[in-house]
Design a protein around this ligand. Structure first.
Ligand SMILES: *[C@@H]1O[C@H](CO)[C@@H](O)[C@H](O)[C@H]1NC(C)=O
Length: 187
């Protein structure tokens, strides 16, 4: 009788301690995971600070310069439709846009690789190897944005691939994007 009583109590204690341990362990793991996320973000993107620093500036009302649209091309190598874009940019005011290209490392846009002088020497020098559908694509877009954010005149950012074509003329797109505070996502 005396042994029957205390029998289940240690079992209950064990169970209770078990749950307590699981709860504490999950809390510790959560905190560690949060720290790792934060730490990883700092390490993985040296630009994260400048993103934070310049992000608010973009929407400041007191920006007094000539606002530009930054066209950010993420391409595999060259730009097959450069003749269309060349025509598009030729009709644009030179001070109202900027071009950044992320191509494969070492690829150079010059007379031998591009039909439009708008693209000469516009490729990033710190480009990385990109695999389609992998996170390297996001990293490449971040490099493009990081480069474009260094110029405070860039007030709108257009992410493009090598298969994009302009459907409207430059002045139409410029007026449309500058008048809008929204972001646009297209398939
Ligand atoms: C640009 O396109 C718009 C609308 O399609 C048109 O009204 C305008 O005249 C065009 N501007 C130029 C400079 O071609």
């Amino acid at each position: 009788m005396t042994r029957k009583g205390p029998g289940p109590i240690p079992g209950g204690y064990v169970l209770w301690f078990g749950w307590k341990f699981v709860i504490v362990l999950s809390m510790v793991l959560c905190v560690v995971a949060l720290f790792q996320l934060h730490f990883h973000d700092d390490i993985a993107s040296p630009n994260s600070l400048s993103f934070a620093g310049t992000g608010s500036r973009i929407f400041e009302d007191n920006f007094d310069g000539n606002p530009k649209i930054a066209f950010l091309f993420l391409v595999r190598q060259d730009l097959p439709l450069d003749f269309l874009w060349g025509n598009f940019f030729e009709n644009a005011d030179i001070g109202s846009f900027s071009i950044y290209i992320h191509s494969e490392p070492g690829f150079v846009f010059d007379e031998s690789t591009s039909r439009s002088h708008s693209f000469y020497d516009r490729q990033l020098t710190n480009s990385i190897e990109v695999a389609w559908g992998e996170s390297s694509m996001i990293e490449a877009e971040r490099l493009l944005l990081g480069a474009a954010l260094k110029d405070p005149e860039n007030q709108r950012f257009v992410l493009l691939s090598d298969s994009c074509v302009p459907l409207y003329n430059f002045s139409y797109i410029y007026k449309y994007l500058m008048a809008s505070q929204r972001s646009f996502v297209d398939r």
